[in-house]
Write a protein that binds this ligand. Structure first.
Ligand code: SF4
Length: 313
């Protein structure tokens, strides 16, 4: 069977081969509540509804929030503090979307939303299929644009500098244009929304907080901006460079057989997306013993798109 790769499996491999082994070969998944992931899904669906000019975008977002909340409460034993934080998220997300709609009203009016979660599968070679799933594809003034949405605690000059060499954006852009060569993406819009740093005050109502949040989005209380959009005609990583990296990574993946082949890169043990690596106990506190493995479930396989319909034709 062909090796199925994706941006995240490539990134996992490049982060630490042993992490890839635990996550992709053994499919261990930490049974843990993760609020940022939940927030990411709510914001993505909300912004897609906003770009789609759905008149009830906020209501759609509220419904997504309610579904995510119910799922989280069913799946995990949450503390009262975690439930309170989750409940606040409904207002925070609503505040983000309202501020986004206001800030980019003209841009949204000029834009046609072509599709969200747009999937494609590139037969990279006889042994490898690379699957892509893009946040949004939009049309702006007759140009087909890849819209990459991110939320971030900060938008610093360093963060902005890294946008042009974001591997995910480069893979989506170039692989989309190989798969759909007669209908290519002509531009990238990298869209960053800041996560608010202000919290509900003790005597403040949720409505008052929502209003304060709107003011914060117009003028954050620090030097960072609340929004950043960067548009560029082509990513800072060329198609040849992307292909070379994917080719070399796929060859390494295909020859790895034993656990030892998936060797460890200890540099990331304490800095996996700003957190301790989820597999830390398996590498440093006893290994794959029953009392450690009890903390993990086994992840289901991905859905892989077979039909490259594309959007915008
Ligand atoms: S704990 Fe360190 S060595 Fe082990 S999988 Fe994570 S990053 Fe790799």
């Amino acid at each position: 069977m062909a090796l199925h790769m994706s941006v995240s499996s490539t990134q996992d491999w490049m982060t630490c081969k042993r992490l890839y082994y635990y996550k992709r070969i053994k499919k261990y998944e930490k049974v843990a509540y993760n609020l940022p992931f939940i927030v990411g899904r709510i914001v993505n669906e909300g912004i897609a509804a906003v770009l789609n000019k759905k008149p009830d975008a906020i209501k759609i977002t509220e419904a997504v929030y309610k579904k995510e909340r119910a799922n989280a409460i069913k799946a995990y034993t949450l503390t009262p503090e975690e439930i309170e934080k989750l409940d606040m998220q409904e207002f925070i997300t609503k505040g983000m979307l309202l501020a986004y709609q206001t800030k980019y009203a003209k841009m949204i009016a000029d834009m046609k939303h072509l599709g969200s979660e747009v999937e494609g599968a590139l037969q990279f070679n006889d042994d490898v299929i690379f699957v892509i799933k893009m946040d949004n594809i939009v049309m702006i003034r007759k140009k087909k644009v890849l819209h990459e949405l991110k939320t971030s605690k900060t938008i610093t000059p360093d963060y902005v500098k890294r946008i042009q060499t974001d591997l995910q954006t480069a893979i989506y852009f170039h692989f989309h244009n190989i798969i759909f060569e007669d209908d290519p993406i002509q531009e990238v819009m990298y869209d960053v929304i800041r996560k608010p740093s202000i919290k509900l005050k003790k005597k403040e109502s949720k409505q008052q907080y929502l209003e304060r949040l709107q003011r914060w989005y117009q003028k954050p209380d620090d030097m960072n901006s609340a929004f950043h959009i960067e548009r560029f005609k082509t990513p800072g990583i060329s198609a040849d460079d992307v292909i070379n990296t994917v080719d070399k990574v796929s060859k390494e993946m295909l020859i790895a057989k034993t656990k030892e082949d998936y060797y460890q890169d200890f540099d990331k043990c304490h800095s996996y997306y700003g957190e301790v690596c989820p597999y830390y106990i398996l590498c440093h506190e006893g290994g794959e013993i029953p009392s450690n493995l009890i903390q993990f479930g086994v992840r289901k396989s991905y859905h892989v798109s077979k039909d490259n319909k594309g959007v915008g034709k």
